[in-house]
Design a binder for this molecule. Structure first.
Ligand SMILES: C[S@@+](CC[C@H](N)C(=O)[O-])C[C@H]1O[C@@H](n2cnc3c(N)ncnc32)[C@H](O)[C@@H]1O
Length: 215
C-alpha cells in the first residue's frame, strides 16, 4: 500500500475532482476545520495535504504525518501557514512524535487499516492526545466501489481493491468500509460525544477523547 501511494503521490489529488464527490467535499471542507479551531492537531496519513490546507486555516498548529516522504513533498507544495509542520511517521508507531495534541484528524486512512488492527491504531493515537481532545475520522462510503469494485475478502473480513497506476502497474490494496457499529466498538470505552454521519460518498466520525475521573 505504501508503495502504491508513494508512486501515486504526484497525481493523487485527482480523487478530489470526481464530480460525484463535489457536494460532500464542500460540506466536509467546512465541517472538518470547524472542529479544530484553536487546537493543536495531529494529522495521520496526511498524504498530499488536501485536508491539511483547510484545518491549517483555523488550528493553532498542525503536525501532518505520513509514512511516505513522497506524499509529504506534495503537501509542502501547497501554500500553507508556518503553523503546519510535517513528519514521516507510521500510523501504528506514533510514540516517537514529540508533544501532546488537543485534536487529531485522519482522512481516508481508517479504510486502509486491517479490521484486526483498529483498536491498536486508535489506542496508539490516543496516547498522543489530551483528555477531551477532538478526533475526526472521515473516509469513503461504499459508493467508492462503483469506481473500484471489491476483488476479494480475507479471513478477517478485510476487503481488497485493485488499484492501477498511470503506468499500468496494478496493486491489490486493502480497503475497508467500517460500519457505525464497528467505529463505536473501536472507541467504546475511550470516547464521548460521538457523532456519526453518512454522506453519499463519505462517512464522518467525530468524538472527544473520554476524560477519566479526576482529569
Ligand atoms: C488514501 S491516502 C489519504 C491521504 C489524505 N489523508 C487524504 O485524505 O487525501 C492514504 C495515505 O496513507 C499513507 N500511509 C500508508 N501506510 C501508512 C502507514 N502505515 N502510516 C501512515 N501513513 C500511511 C499513504 O502514504 C497515503 O498518503
Amino acid at each position: 500500500m505504501k508503495t502504491y501511494y508513494k508512486k501515486r503521490a504526484p497525481v493523487y489529488d485527482a480523487v478530489y475532482a470526481y464530480p460525484e464527490r463535489q457536494e460532500d467535499l464542500r460540506y466536509l471542507e467546512k465541517y472538518i476545520p470547524d472542529q479544530f479551531t484553536g487546537l493543536k492537531v495531529l494529522e495521520i496519513a496526511a498524504g498530499t495535504g488536501y485536508w491539511t490546507q483547510f484545518i491549517a486555516l483555523v488550528a493553532e498548529s498542525v503536525l501532518a504525518t505520513d509514512a511516505t516522504t513522497e506524499t509529504l513533498e506534495q503537501l509542502k507544495k501547497r501554500a500553507l501557514p508556518d503553523s503546519v509542520s510535517t513528519r514521516q511517521a507510521d500510523a501504528y508507531h506514533l510514540e516517537d512524535i514529540p508533544g501532546i495534541f488537543s485534536g487529531a484528524f485522519a482522512g481516508l486512512w481508517l479504510s486502509h487499516v486491517p479490521r484486526q488492527k483498529y483498536r491498536e491504531f486508535i489506542l496508539g493515537l490516543h496516547s498522543k492526545l489530551t483528555p477531551g481532545a477532538i478526533v475526526v475520522l472521515i473516509d469513503n462510503s461504499k459508493a467508492q466501489c462503483n469506481r473500484l469494485p471489491i476483488t476479494h475478502e480475507d479471513e478477517f473480513g478485510n476487503t481488497y481493491q485493485n488499484r492501477a497506476l498511470q503506468n499500468g502497474q496494478i496493486y491489490s490494496v486493502l480497503k475497508n468500509f467500517p460500519t457505525q457499529q464497528e467505529l463505536h466498538e473501536m472507541t467504546v470505552d475511550i470516547s464521548s460525544d460521538l457523532q456519526f454521519e453518512e454522506l453519499d460518498n463519505f462517512w464522518l466520525y467525530r468524538y472527544s477523547v473520554k476524560k477519566q475521573p479526576g482529569t
